[in-house]
Every structure is written in structure tokens, then in C-alpha cells.
Design a protein around this ligand. Structure first.
Ligand SMILES: Cc1cc2nc3c(=O)[nH]c(=O)nc-3n(C[C@H](O)[C@H](O)[C@H](O)COP(=O)(O)OP(=O)(O)OC[C@H]3O[C@@H](n4cnc5c(N)ncnc54)[C@H](O)[C@@H]3O)c2cc1C
Length: 463
């Protein structure tokens, strides 16, 4: 048998799976992959981020399941790098490692009042309604009437759309049960989406914004005439604007024509505005915003410049959705500014060592390039990382280590009392969730506590 390389992949989101798939695709190499995730469930943001009413997108997990079927693949869920396992363990037992841990933190607005109760990150809210075990105990005041979502990317639109939907619409999704209960009590009337730039600079995609025209119980409107374009913007939309920008503009025009408000809730698109303060004595009561104008820099890029025109609106609940940020991992270089692991085409750069590049350590996905792109973007990204890894193996004349017994790492985890979950274990939970969902005409009913997940797996294994 030809020698094989043992690879550890840290993180089981799209990036981790695409990197694994790319390794297994190599005809002239043999790889064994052990994938670790701090959660007992795989797929990263496909389970914990993608909106519950976007089930088609979640079906990408079928591709990951096929990768997991490879005989040389093992999953170790409920194992956290930096808590249960460390860099020294990985470098002792594996030839190479790929970190694919994503960017789970959010960026803050850095404005006064941001810490008041009622002001949250979209990250927390999304993770809460998606049943992420770390967030299931969080509380959100859905008896609020006026909600502000700060940001105009797809995640901001997800949050606004979920808030605007009726509980009956949500009840056919895999939204966490506790969240669905709270949505039945929701008193929300106004949902504001706030963007600092104009409609032509919005980061959302046409598919996402079009969904607002189809909401059962919410009217949608564009605030304050921002769709009247100046000469330059008009020329831009007619000439160099991307297809998506043109489509976004058409959809927003359609939205702005709506002047009959008959439904219970309203979604307001507010462009060219930035929050400057959140006001309230004990909790969020109001939000103060400044109007912006767009200014062109010498290099042609456009930025929003604050005017002296302010507005104050009642606000009971605020979600900031202005970008994600990675978290540092112990003993791994980290760039605080970008929130990523410094790398060259996926190979980790370590400026503190004589050797600039770490030969055995790689990175892929959001923690490599920052939180941009769609799920599929992580595939090209993983291909780049794997290619770089193969090139380095050849250039540096690396050799696979003496083959240690495949059960050694398992034994180490057991010694440390780490209750790890295999892919077969996860499939038992998966089946349990889907069966429970079937009885209620839902895709699945998620189990949202780690303790309960582990119990169910044990119960199923005993049967
Ligand atoms: C709210 C939201 C909605 C989105 N919706 C869509 C959509 O509809 N369509 C679309 O195409 N894209 C969507 N995206 C983008 C898409 O989810 C990302 O491109 C993709 O998930 C990034 O993959 P990743 O593997 O780098 O990170 P992640 O998916 O975040 O995966 C990282 C994994 O690493 C694990 N991990 C983290 N730290 C550790 C550690 N220390 N030890 C072990 N494991 C660890 C995490 O538990 C997680 O499973 C959305 C993103 C967000 C935030």
C-alpha cells in the first residue's frame, strides 16, 4: 500500500468540507482526513447561519455527506481546537493541518448606547433562531414594535425577512422551536433596514431583495426619495453597473412604487443614513441617525459623508449586521485588523519565525479570506489551499510521518474525557431530527442543547 498523508481539518463548515473533497479528488495522492468541530453537528453556517426559510440552500449538505462517505474520512464533533485539542497534538499526530474555523464574531458600530439591552448583533439573533447551542438561552424582545437592522448585506436582509414573516410561514421551516414560540408572540410593526450608502451600492443580491415583494403580512417601502438618481448615478446604472446592481435597482424601483399599506407590518429600506447614537435610560428606546451624501474620491471610489441632517426614531430592538470577524486560535498567527489568519494562497504566514511560511499548516474559507462570498466561493478557495499544500509538499520534500495507528487520536480524546461525536453518530441525530420534523410537515426539528444531542445519540446507539 502506498504511503498516505494524515490531514487534520479543523472546522466542518463549507470550507472544511470543500478542502476535504479536494484532497480526496487527487488521483496520485493518498489522504486520510480527520475533521474536527467544536459542535457535535457538522456543516458550520449551513446549519447555523443560512436562513431557515432557505431550505434549498441547505441541501448543499448532501454534497458534504458524499464527501463524508469516503472510507478515509472521520468526523470528530464536539471537539474544540484550543480547548480539547491543541496545535502540539495536531502536529504530533498529523502530517498537515487545514484550519477552516470561519469568522464567528461580529463587528461593532462603535457608537454610544450600543451596549444597552435591546441592542444585539445579527450574529447572535441568527444563531438563536437557527438553534445554535451557544445561543439557545439568549433572550430577544420580540414584543418590540420598532426594530432597526443596521446593514444592507444579505444577512441583514435575512434578519429583516425573518422578522417580517408570519409565524405560520416560519412554522414550515427548521427554525428552532423556542424561537418559533417567541415569533407567535411577536408585536413587531416596523422593521427598518439601514444602509450608509445608496441603493446602487447595497451589498445584497437581487434574489434576496425580491423576496420582500412576496411577504404575506408585511408591506415594503423605500424611505425618502433616495431612488431619484443624480446624473452621475444615472449614467452609472446605464453603463458600468453590474447586472446585480441593475437588477437590485429595478426591484427597489418596484418596491418604491408601492403606496398602499394594508398589511400588519412594514419593512422600510432607509439608504444614505448612519446610526450615530442609541438612546435609552435602561434599554434601547430611540436611535439617532445622520443623513449621508455620496462623495467621490480621487481614485473614483465612492464613500458616504455625513451631512448636518439628523433624524431620531423610536426603536425598541436593534440588530447590527455590518460584517463578521474571525477569532484568534492559540499559537496560530492572527491579523486583528482583517480578523483572518495571515496566509499566502492558503499557507500560513508566520512573521515571528525565521521561516516566513509554516510548511505544515494551512487555512481556508472565511478565516482565510474574510467573510465574503457565497457558499460556493469556499470551493475555489479550498482548491487554492490544497494546490498550495501539494506544491509545498513537493518543494520542501516533505515525507509522511511513520504511520501511527488510526485509533491513537481517539484514545487521546478518550483519555481527556472528550465526548466526541462521529459522523455515524451525527447521522443518528440527523434521522431523529428529520423524523420529528416529518410529523409536523417541517424539514426537521433541531435539537439545540449539546447535552440533549449527546443523550439522543446514546439512546439511539443502545437501540
Ligand atoms: C447568517 C448567514 C447566512 C448566510 N446565508 C448564506 C446563504 O443563504 N447562501 C450562501 O451561499 N451563503 C450564505 N452565507 C455565507 C456562508 O455561510 C459562508 O460562505 C460559509 O459558511 C463560510 O464557510 P466556513 O467553513 O469558512 O465557515 P463556517 O461555516 O462558519 O464553518 C466554520 C466551522 O468551524 C467550527 N469551529 C470554529 N472554531 C472552532 C474550533 N476552535 N475548533 C473546532 N471547530 C471550530 C465551527 O463550529 C463551524 O462549524 C451566510 C452567512 C451567514 C453568516
Amino acid at each position: 500500500m502506498s504511503a498516505f498523508w494524515k490531514i487534520a481539518v479543523i472546522g466542518s463548515g463549507p470550507a472544511g468540507f470543500y478542502a476535504t473533497g479536494e484532497l480526496f479528488r487527487q488521483q496520485s495522492w493518498s489522504f486520510k482526513v480527520d475533521m474536527f468541530d467544536r459542535l457535535p453537528t457538522p456543516y458550520g453556517l449551513v446549519r447555523g447561519g443560512v436562513a431557515p426559510d432557505h431550505q434549498k440552500i441547505k441541501s448543499v449538505a448532501k454534497i458534504y455527506n458524499r464527501i463524508a462517505e469516503n472510507k478515509d474520512f472521520r468526523f470528530f464533533g464536539n471537539v474544540e481546537f484550543g480547548k480539547d485539542i491543541f496545535r502540539s497534538d495536531i502536529l504530533e499526530f498529523y502530517d498537515l493541518v487545514i484550519y477552516a474555523v470561519g469568522s464567528p464574531s461580529d463587528r461593532s458600530l462603535k457608537i454610544p448606547g450600543e451596549e444597552l439591552p435591546g441592542s444585539h448583533s445579527a450574529t447572535e439573533f441568527v444563531a438563536w433562531y437557527n438553534g445554535h447551542p451557544d445561543f439557545s438561552e439568549h433572550k430577544f424582545n420580540l414584543s418590540a414594535k420598532n426594530v432597526f437592522v443596521i446593514g444592507m448585506g444579505n444577512v441583514a436582509l435575512d434578519v429583516a425577512r425573518i422578522l417580517a414573516k408570519t409565524p405560520d410561514e416560519l412554522s414550515k421551516t427548521d427554525i428552532a422551536d423556542y424561537a418559533l414560540e417567541k415569533f407567535y408572540e411577536s408585536k413587531i410593526e416596523n422593521i427598518w433596514l439601514v444602509g450608509r450608502r445608496g441603493p446602487l451600492q447595497a451589498a445584497f443580491t437581487p434574489v434576496e431583495v425580491r423576496e420582500f415583494l412576496e411577504l404575506k403580512n408585511a408591506d415594503v417601502m423605500v424611505e425618502g426619495g433616495t431612488l431619484q438618481l443624480d446624473v452621475e448615478s444615472q449614467r452609472f446604472i446605464e453603463t458600468t453597473a453590474s447586472k446585480d446592481t441593475k437588477k437590485n435597482y429595478e426591484i427597489l424601483k418596484e418596491i418604491s412604487k408601492n403606496n398602499k399599506y394594508k398589511k400588519k407590518k412594514r419593512v422600510h429600506f432607509l439608504f444614505l443614513s448612519s446610526p450615530i447614537e442609541i438612546l435609552g435610560s435602561k434599554c434601547v428606546e430611540k436611535i439617532r441617525l445622520v443623513r449621508n451624501v455620496l462623495v467621490k474620491r480621487d481614485d473614483g471610489t465612492i464613500y458616504p459623508k455625513a451631512t448636518g441632517d439628523f433624524m431620531e426614531e423610536n426603536a425598541d430592538l436593534i440588530f447590527r449586521s455590518i460584517g463578521y470577524h474571525g477569532n484568534p486560535l492559540p499559537e496560530i498567527p492572527f491579523d486583528q485588523n482583517s480578523g483572518t489568519i495571515p496566509n499566502e494562497c492558503g499557507q500560513i504566514i508566520d512573521k515571528r519565525k525565521d521561516k516566513l511560511l509554516r510548511t505544515r499548516e494551512y487555512v481556508t474559507g472565511w478565516i482565510k479570506r474574510g467573510p465574503t462570498g457565497v457558499i460556493g466561493t469556499n470551493k475555489q478557495d479550498a482548491v487554492e489551499t490544497v494546490n498550495r499544500m501539494l506544491k509545498t509538499i513537493i518543494q520542501e520534500k516533505l515525507k509522511p510521518m511513520e504511520q501511527n495507528d488510526n485509533s491513537v487520536f481517539e484514545s487521546l480524546l478518550k483519555e481527556r474525557n472528550v465526548d466526541f461525536v462521529s459522523f455515524e453518530d451525527w447521522k443518528l441525530l440527523d434521522e431523529y431530527e428529520i423524523n420529528n420534523g416529518n410529523s409536523q410537515d417541517r424539514p426537521r426539528i433541531k435539537v439545540t442543547s449539546i447535552e440533549r444531542i449527546l443523550e439522543i445519540i446514546q439512546e439511539k446507539k443502545r437501540k
